[in-house]
Design a binder for this molecule. Sequence first.
Ligand code: HEC
Ligand code: HEC
Length: 350
Amino acid sequence: MPASSLDGLIENVWTRCLVLPVLLGAALGQGGCRGERRDREPSPTSRALDVSSCEAPGPLRPLPSTRAGNEAEIRLGRLLFHDPRLSRDGTISCATCHPIERGGADGRNRSLGIGGAEGSVNTPTVLNSGFNVAQFWDGRARSLEEQIGGPVENPREMGSRWNEVVEKIAAEKSLRDLFEDVYGANVTEAGIRSAIAAYERALVTPRSPLDRYLCGDNAALGPEATEGYDLFRSLGCASCHQGVNVGGNMFQRLGVMKDYFADRGGVTPADYGRFNVTGRESDRFKFKVPSLRNVALTAPYFHDGSAATLEDAVRIMIRYQLGREVHENEVARLVALLRALTGNVPGELR
Ligand code: HEC
Ligand code: HEC
C-alpha cells in the first residue's frame, strides 16, 4: 500500500472516530467507527492473521485463539529469533531485547546493542506485533519482514550484514536442513526474514481476562477492571487504543490536548516520530498508538521510556491525550483493566 493511502486511512480514522466523538462527548466505539475500521484494515501484517473468535460489541475485539501459519516455518523462525549469530560479534539475538517470557520487551529504558550501544527509543514488545498497521514507533516498516532489516543492520543493535548472517546460519547443517524442509531451498536473507516474521505472527496472546469477558464470561474481569473498561470507553482511551490489538492501528500525536514535549524538555530527533518518515509538519510528534496488550509486563512506557509505572503512564494519558484532570480512583480502575490484558504465549513458542 502506498504511503499516501496509509496516511489517508489514518487521517480518516482520526476525524471520524476520535475528534468527532471526543468533541461531542459521545459514547465511543459504537456503530460506524468499528464496522468501518474492520473493512478498512488492509495492512499487510494484519491480513495474514485469522481474526475470528467471538464477536464483541465494543471497540475492543478479542484475539483469535487459533494460529495461522506453517508450523515448521514458525519453529525455524523461533530458532532464528533466539540466535545470536544474527549479530556481528555473536552476542545479541532478537530475544536479547525482546525476551518472550518477559512480555517481549527487556524492561530497560533503552536497550543495549552490540558493544553496549544504547538505542534512541524504548523497546516495544514483539507480542501480537502482526496485528499492527506498521512496525516501529514511527511506522517506518510496513511489514514484519521489512522490519527485521532494521535491527540486523543497525550498528547500535546487531551491527551485521546480510551476507555474513546467511553465511553463519548456512554453516550449521541442522539449520540448512530446516531451510530445505521449509522452503525447499538454501539459506537466504528472504527465508530468514520470512521465518522470523512467521514466528512473530504466531506470538499471539489470547485468553486474557478481557478477551474472556469480551467472549461472554462476565466473571472474567473483576469489578474494578469492569469499571475500568467502562471508563476506557467513556473517557475516550478507546478512540485511540482499539480493535483487536487495543492499539496499533493508527498514528496520533503525543500531547493532543497539552504540550507534552514542552513540559518534558530535552527534545531529540527521535521525538519527531512519524515526521521522520513522511517529512510532513502535521506528523511531528506523532507515534503509532501502541498496543496495550500485555502492557503490565512491559514497563517502562512510551517511546522515551519516561513513565516507570502503569499509573504514571495513565496519568500522562489522561492529562495530555484527554486534557482532563487526574482522579486517582479513575487511574486505579484503568490500571486494573490494563492488568487484565495479559494473555499467554504458548509454551512451545517461548
Ligand atoms: C538492541 C536491541 C534490539 C534488538 C537486538 C532487536 N530489537 Fe526489535 N526493537 C528494538 C527497538 C529499540 C525497537 C523500536 C525502534 C523504533 O521504533 O525506532 C524495536 C522494534 C521492533 C519491532 C516493532 C514493534 C512495534 O510494535 O513497532 C519488532 C517487530 C521487532 N523490533 C522485532 C525484532 C526482531 C525480529 C529482531 C531480530 C532480528 C529485533 N527486533 C532485534 C530493539 C531491539
Ligand atoms: C489521542 C490518542 C490517545 C488517547 C485518547 C489515549 N492514548 Fe494512550 N497512547 C497514545 C499514543 C500515541 C501513545 C504512545 C506515545 C509515545 O510513546 O510517544 C500512547 C501510549 C499509552 C501507554 C503506554 C504504552 C507503552 O507500551 O508504552 C498506555 C499505558 C496508554 N497509552 C494508556 C492509555 C489510557 C489508559 C488512555 C485513556 C485514559 C489513553 N491511553 C488514551 C495515544 C492515545
